[in-house]
Structure formats: structure tokens, C-alpha cells
Write a protein that binds this ligand. Structure first.
Ligand code: NAD
Length: 374
């Protein structure tokens, strides 16, 4: 079976789907790895390293895709890539299929089967394939580093001959994978950390990392498969009232709150930003899903009412070495679950296959995607 690994074309993307280490193990398992020239350069993996690992570098992308049985990517395949692939070939990548109906239709027309890394079930058995977690973990770390860098003060308590510096206050919205890593990172740097989440079960996790949990009185929301469901407007208002004073006192606000398949909830309004101290910072990690702060701008850093609001998109791409290493292990583990050197096994009722397979040979088979696209 021939695998294609291409250079990502999305703006500001510096990750690569497969690293030389993983090429080595795939070659050992009998796969042929064809790598587009300079595919890993932006993440620190040169062509020579891939060749040494047993991969073959191909300069012409169209030739590469023509030969491939499966295309492995970080981001969704482009129309051009889908055109160049043979009919009945397979793609594995982040896809968020419900957000790209035209791309889904193109796969259907070309009878290309598509697996989505974002749809791999969050079950223990699939933990090694969980790219949402591996990338969110790194993104959570980076939110704190970006915030700390933009802040005109340090994080820890410092007693000096010239006086005592009080620790920075960090407020975090959302205690999922990214939020919890942000708690741990901010604590390590010495900040006082407060966290709010709609899932009451996160209280214990936050407290075990040394954070203080701010909880809306009436208990929180129902969850589905571990994910938060959208909360009512009434609940959101209560939450805003409760956290308003914490926002006003915070030096750094980190927003990571997401609701699967929906626009991110607005948790920091313009009125709340106006109450913040001049020089304070907001890092809005939810900006790709619409943002948790009403004033954040996708892909930009803006200063509004004296507050720096960082809307950096694609935070894992700012840590391309580690992000590619972890992603490569996630995607290759999924591949080895689905296929061997002879080809895909297509056990359509198996839980991980069923969860991650969006399109199978010209048919949209994924129930959640169907529901959201209708
Ligand atoms: P996510 O990125 O979808 O959401 C981030 C956080 O935002 C969540 O904690 C969510 O509750 C929170 N949120 C939503 N609305 C909010 C609001 N109004 N205010 C404050 N917070 C709000 O979440 P995720 O990091 O992908 O994790 C989701 C769940 O999946 C978690 O329960 C996690 O433990 C679970 N998980 C399980 C596994 C596994 O078992 N293999 C792996 C990873 C994650």
C-alpha cells in the first residue's frame, strides 16, 4: 500500500502529517511512504531524514498523488488534491466535514473515502489516535506563553529589595484538554489561576492542578460523550454575572470554551473588556469557532479599550516540531488500526472505524455529519 504525505498548503500551517520516525515504523510494517519534497521542512524534518527513514521523496505532487492509495494530511485535502487522487483512494486528515459541504460533495463525486481525525471517538481504546487532545494540549500550553509574553508583568510572586511583586491573576474559561494544560502551565509560572467550566466534573481536575474553580450555582449542563452541550441563554447570563468581577481583576484571560458542532459561546462581552485593567491580555483560543470574546479578531492581535486581545489561529502550528511528532503518532496508529500493507480492512461496524469514517466509496456514512449538513 502506497501512502502520500504532502506539504500542507493552508496559510500559516507549519505541521506535517508524518515525521521521519513514523515513516521508519510504517516502512517496517510494509507500507511505501511517498513524501512530497520539503513536506516536513517547516517543522524541522528535512527530505534527507525521510529518505534515511526509508521514505521516497517525490518532487512532483501530481505524480505523487496519482500513485497513492491513501493521502495522510493534517488539514483537509484541497479540491486540487482530491482531483489528483485516483478514484476509490482514501484520505485521513482533520476534516470537520460539517463545515466543508463542497469538499464532502467532491469526495462523494470522486468516490474517495475520507476519515476525519476530529471524529475519532474519545474512548480509552482510541487514546493514541486522539489528535484533538494531542493538539489541544500543546495549544493550551501556548496560550499561556503568548499571554505571558504580551503582558507587561511577570507571573510569580517576587520579593525583592526594591519591593514585592504580587503574582499575576489568570482566568481560564473552559477546563477541557487545552484549558487544563493552560492551568498547569500558568501555575508552573507562578500565577494565581481561576477557572470556570459548565461541566461540574471539571472542578476536581482544576483543583488537583492548583486552580480555583468558579461554579455557576445551578449545577452545570448535561454532557454527551464527555462534551458539553450548549447551555441556555439564562445559564450564560448567570455565568457572565458570576465571572464579571473575576474578568475585571484578571491580568490574563484565556478562553478555550467550545461546544461541538456549534459556534463558540460569547463569554467575554465588550462591556466586560471595558472593565479590565489597561495592559491586561485576552488569548481567545476559540477564535476559529467564532471566539469566546466579542472583540477578538481571527488571526490577529488587536488592542481594544486598552486590552490586548490575541486571536491567533492554529496555535499547534506555532509548535510544529512537537505538534507534528504527536500528530504523526496519532494518524499512524489510526492507519494501522484500519489497514495493513495489503490495504484497508473496511470493518464498517467497528466502533473506531464507524466514528472516524465520514465518506465511504461515494456515500456519506457518518450520522453526526449527515445531521449537521441537513
Ligand atoms: P472542548 O474543546 O470541546 O471544550 C473545551 C471546554 O469548554 C470543555 O471542558 C467544555 O465543557 C467547556 N465549555 C463549553 N461551554 C462553556 C461555557 N459556556 N463556559 C465555560 N466552559 C465551557 O473539550 P475537549 O478538551 O475536547 O474535551 C471534551 C471532553 O472529552 C472532556 O470531558 C474530556 O475529558 C473528554 N476527553 C476524553 C478522552 C478519552 O477518554 N479518550 C480524551 C480527551 C478528552
Amino acid at each position: 500500500m502506497k501512502l502520500a504525505i504532502v506539504k500542507e498548503t493552508k496559510t500559516a500551517e507549519s505541521r506535517v502529517a508524518i515525521t521521519p520516525d513514523v515513516v521508519k515504523s510504517l516502512v517496517k510494517a510494509g507500507f511505501t511512504c511517498l513524501i512530497e519534497s520539503s513536506a516536513g521542512m517547516a517543522s524541522g524534518f528535512g527530505d534527507h531524514a525521510y529518505e534515511q527513514a526509508g521514505g521516497a521523496i517525490v518532487a512532483d505532487k501530481a505524480t505523487l498523488l496519482q500513485q497513492a492509495d491513501a493521502l495522510l494530511k493534517v488539514n483537509a485535502p484541497t479540491f486540487e488534491e482530491l482531483e489528483a487522487l485516483r478514484e476509490e483512494s482514501v484520505t485521513i486528515s482533520f476534516l470537520y466535514a460539517y463545515t466543508v459541504p463542497d469538499l464532502v460533495n467532491h469526495c462523494l463525486r470522486r468516490r474517495i473515502s475520507a476519515f476525519a481525525m476530529d471524529a475519532v471517538p474519545r474512548i480509552s481504546r482510541a487514546q493514541k489516535m486522539d489528535a484533538l487532545s494531542s493538539q489541544a494540549n500543546l495549544a493550551g500550553y501556548k496560550t499561556v506563553i503568548l499571554g505571558a509574553n504580551a503582558l507587561g508583568k511577570i507571573f510569580p510572586l517576587m520579593m525583592t529589595a526594591a519591593g514585592t511583586i504580587t503574582p499575576a491573576k489568570v482566568l481560564i474559561f473552559g477546563a477541557g484538554v487545552a484549558g487544563l494544560q493552560a492551568v498547569a502551565t500558568a501555575k508552573r509560572l507562578g500565577a494565581v489561576v481561576e477557572v470556570t467550566d459548565v461541566r461540574p466534573e471539571t472542578k476536581e481536575q482544576v483543583e488537583s492542578l492548583g486552580g480555583r474553580f468558579i461554579q455557576v450555582e445551578d449545577g452545570g449542563v448535561q454532557t454527551e460523550g464527555g462534551y458539553a452541550k450548549a447551555v441556555s441563554d439564562e445559564y450564560l447570563q448567570k455565568q457572565k454575572d458570576l465571572v464579571a468581577k473575576h474578568v475585571a481583576e484578571a491580568d490574563l484571560v484565556i478562553a478555550t470554551a467550545l461546544v461541538i458542532g456549534k459556534k463558540a459561546p460569547i463569554l467575554v462581552t465588550e462591556e466586560m473588556v471595558k472593565t479590565m485593567k489597561a495592559g491586561s491580555v485576552i488569548v481567545d483560543m476559540a477564535v476559529e469557532s467564532g471566539g469566546n470574546c466579542a472583540l477578538s479578531e481571527y488571526g490577529s492581535t488587536v488592542v481594544k479599550h486598552g486590552v490586548t486581545i490575541i486571536g491567533e489561529a492554529n496555535l499547534p502550528a506555532l509548535l510544529p516540531v512537537n505538534a507534528s511528532e504527536l500528530y504523526a503518532r496519532n494518524i499512524s496508529t489510526l492507519l494501522l488500526h484500519l489497514a495493513d500493507k495489503e490495504g484497508f480492512k473496511w470493518e464498517l461496524d467497528e466502533e473506531i472505524t464507524k466514528g472516524a469514517l465520514i465518506i465511504h466509496r461515494g456515500t456519506l456514512v457518518h450520522a453526526f455529519t449527515k445531521e449537521l449538513l441537513n
